[in-house]
Ligand binder design. Structure first.
Ligand SMILES: *[C@@H]1O[C@H](CO)[C@@H](O)[C@H](O)[C@H]1NC(C)=O
Ligand SMILES: *[C@@H]1O[C@H](CO)[C@@H](O)[C@H](O)[C@H]1NC(C)=O
Ligand SMILES: *[C@@H]1O[C@H](CO)[C@@H](O)[C@H](O)[C@H]1NC(C)=O
Ligand SMILES: *[C@@H]1O[C@H](CO)[C@@H](O)[C@H](O)[C@H]1NC(C)=O
Length: 401
């Protein structure tokens, strides 16, 4: 495949921004133009180019009369939101950076204006969790009859707004409703409520299912949960406890997140961490974070991990990640699970197959291949194919309108 940056993480993230073009989230050349001016591995330059693109598209959106031309306004607003969100992506290594909140306010403002201009406007709601609030968005199919509904959440770093362009629009095109939400650790909750990830993801999902059941547009027998990226762990975890879900889609499947994190920090640091030598673990990992020469996957991955788990201590972060395994709960999952897998998975290699094997007959394991252009983590760049395969599966297990 054509490489979009010599930096492996930048390459993936540029592809991820390009990918949302399939469903109104970007324009290809706007992204390529920004990407062409980014210095590989330079987080400031990434911020600068995407915020420049966002500012420019903000001007385009503002100049459109949204009463006269609602579709044009919506298109520009969705793109503007995407570029603000992208500008923020590599900034979480420094929690006091004011841009983390400033960019998010602009991102949400543009996105909210865009969904208000959908044929059936998206509706924001705030649901009450156990000790936290859950921001969610309901996207109706437009039908007055109860319809199947796909609830969805993002992962380690993604926003619920990104999911509009990943799967919501594809769900609406198939005549179903969609609901997106965020829980602790995810972008808006992390910022507004200062909360990191919690392992008991059912505590987030259950209020969303309650809310769905309260809407007349929702067919109570056909509620599915899709988890994207790290959500490929969170969704099956929630389904072990929330049995009103009739199906789960894991894009891609993830069985033991804690183990993957230890594998990524390597055997030496893992050994020191196991010995309880937290001083050395923290000094070493903080040193890697502060060094601009550290490879981007490591520097970004750790920075994002500390931020989203809301701890300044790398060893405490590693501690926390150990609770994220399906080992003791996988047998409690009752519904069918679509387990997506990627031939060139770079974040969680082998995990999807492992989840599918543990689920046995409850799983449909699907390997997306590089030959189909779908071999990357989460099939990024092959969103239409990902939706074809996973949503056809959903309809085939009974989600019919
Ligand atoms: C973090 O951001 C703040 C605010 O912009 C700045 O003053 C500080 O120097 C930054 N810290 C590091 C380590 O870059
Ligand atoms: C921690 O690890 C370092 C480096 O291996 C070692 O020198 C030190 O003695 C260890 N500290 C403890 C308390 O085990
Ligand atoms: C990690 O967990 C162990 C065992 O629960 C605990 O003793 C230790 O204090 C924790 N360390 C950190 C840095 O949170
Ligand atoms: C993707 O995986 C296939 C099968 O393992 C391998 O042949 C191919 O080289 C990989 N492609 C990339 C870009 O890593």
């Amino acid at each position: 495949m054509l490489q979009l940056s010599s930096d492996v993480t930048f390459n993936y993230e540029v592809l991820r921004v390009l990918a949302v073009s399939s469903y109104q989230g970007a324009d290809v050349s706007e992204v390529l133009d920004a990407a062409g001016q980014i210095r590989p591995g330079d987080f400031e330059s990434w911020y600068k180019q995407f915020s420049k693109a966002a500012e420019r598209v903000h001007g385009i959106a503002k100049a459109v009369d949204s009463c006269k031309h609602p579709v044009s306004a919506r298109n520009a607003l969705f793109r503007e939101a995407t570029y603000w969100r992208s500008a923020d992506f590599f900034l979480h290594g420094n929690w006091t950076d004011p841009r983390i909140n400033e960019l998010w306010v602009k991102h949400l403002a543009a996105f909210n204006k865009a969904i208000a201009l959908l044929p059936v406007p998206g509706q924001r709601v705030t649901l009450q969790g156990d000790g936290f609030k859950i921001p969610a968005i309901f996207y109706g199919s437009g039908s007055k009859e109860p319809r199947p509904t796909v609830i969805m959440c993002n992962g380690y770093d993604g926003a619920q707004e990104e999911l509009y362009h990943v799967m919501v629009e594809a769900v609406l095109q198939r005549g179903m409703n969609a609901i997106t939400f965020e829980g602790p650790g995810q972008p808006t909750v992390r910022r507004e409520q200062n909360l990191g990830f919690i392992p008991e993801w059912e505590k987030v999902v259950t209020p969303v299912v309650d809310y769905a059941l309260g809407r007349k547009e929702v067919d109570a027998k056909s509620i599915a949960l899709m988890g994207y990226s790290f959500g490929g762990y969170l969704a099956p975890r929630a389904a072990a406890f929330e049995h009103r879900l009739a199906a789960v889609i894991a894009i891609d499947g993830l069985y033991n997140f804690g183990e993957v994190m230890l594998h990524q920090v390597g055997p030496e640091l893992t050994e020191l961490w196991r010995q309880g030598n937290y001083t050395v673990v923290d000094e070493t990992i903080k040193g890697l974070l502060a060094n601009p020469k550290t490879p981007t996957p490591v520097r970004w991955g750790i920075g994002q991990g500390l931020w989203s788990f809301n701890t300044p201590s790398p060893s405490e972060w590693l501690n926390k990640t150990q609770a994220y395994t399906l080992d003791s709960v996988v047998d409690k999952i009752r519904c069918p699970v679509f387990v997506g897998d990627a031939e060139n998975e770079s974040f969680f290699p082998g995990e999807a197959k492992r989840l599918a094997d543990k689920l046995g007959s409850r799983a449909t394991h699907h390997l997306f291949t590089a030959e189909d252009g779908a071999g990357e983590h989460c099939q990024v760049g092959a969103t239409q194919l990902m939706n074809q395969v996973s949503l056809d599966w959903l309809q085939d297990v009974g989600f019919r309108r």
